[in-house]
Design a binder for this molecule. Structure first.
Ligand code: LIP
Length: 266
């Protein structure tokens, strides 16, 4: 299947899943369980939406692998794996904050961000209807309109997005890093949804994004969309983006941001 056809499937299933998530939100949402900490929650909608996505993809692409936040991994016999966050921004979703997304990506190779090749991805925000898409070598789009990163700026003029872990000790350190960064930049935004943070970099709505402790499904689609929009997406130094760090932005800006983060402390 051509990359554009994979993108069409990613987009269709993301939008249909987003409509299901939005319906469940209007019906009322409750915490079904907690995961890594008392504030790392999962709702019945998370589980239902992921099951829907997994079923549609299994019918359309039997043999492809699956890696989802709620239902774990399924092996691939085709070399392709779908990497899915059914509701990214779960806490926003739980509180009724209209800033969450369905994130669907398809990658070639092992479902490991340190080695995979992302082929196509879609990030759909049911609250706004915005549909961010990207296909390798084919550019990045929002609702079909081409998007690109904001022009280079000095760090002091940069609007930086970030996020925090569910572990309180890690959050304490992340808070110290943000405190050190604040005087050096235009401002910081903590919007709560990694996939949309990356799409906002792609659309020029912020100059850069960084976050540590993300899972592969948080950034699989958004990182591809950001890259296709002209961003560099990486980890520390020459490392690829992953749990240790996802850093995305205009090539000039992330050099300045990474230097500042190195000085402030990791
Ligand atoms: C969320 C990320 C966000 C991060 C949150 C959480 P989830 O993913 O999208 O960037 O700051 O702590 O990890 O848990 O809502 O799928």
């Amino acid at each position: 299947m051509a990359h554009e056809q994979l993108l069409d499937l990613a987009r269709t299933v993301a939008i249909d899943a987003g409509r299901l998530a939005s319906l469940r939100r209007t019906e009322g949402i409750e915490v079904a369980a907690t995961k890594s900490s008392p504030v790392d929650v999962v709702t019945a909608a998370d589980r239902e939406v992921e099951a829907f996505i997994r079923s549609v993809l299994a019918d359309a692409r039997p043999g492809d692998g699956f890696l989802g936040e709620e239902s774990g991994a399924g092996d691939s016999s085709t070399g392709l794996t779908w990497v899915v966050d059914p509701i990214d921004g779960t806490v926003n979703y739980l509180y009724g904050i209209p800033h969450y997304a369905v994130s669907v990506a398809v990658v070639e190779g092992a479902p490991d961000p340190s080695t995979w090749s992302a082929l196509a991805g879609c990030v759909y925000n049911p609250s706004t209807g915005e549909t961010f898409t990207g296909v390798v070598g084919g550019g990045a789009f929002c609702d079909g309109e081409s998007i690109g990163v904001a022009a280079s700026v000095d760090l002091s003029q940069a609007l930086i997005a970030t996020g925090f872990a569910y572990d309180s000790d890690v959050r304490a350190q992340q808070g110290r890093i943000v405190a050190g960064l604040l005087p050096l930049v235009r401002d910081v935004r903590r919007l709560g949804t990694a996939s949309l943070d990356l799409c906002f970099v792609a659309a020029g709505r912020c100059n850069a994004y960084f976050e540590r402790t993300l899972s592969p499904w948080d950034h699989a689609a958004g990182a591809l969309i950001a890259r296709e929009a002209g961003a560099v997406v990486k980890g520390w130094g020459g490392e690829r983006a992953g749990r240790d760090l996802v850093l995305a932005g205009h090539p000039d800006v992330i050099v300045r941001l990474e230097a500042a983060l190195d000085t402030i402390g990791r």
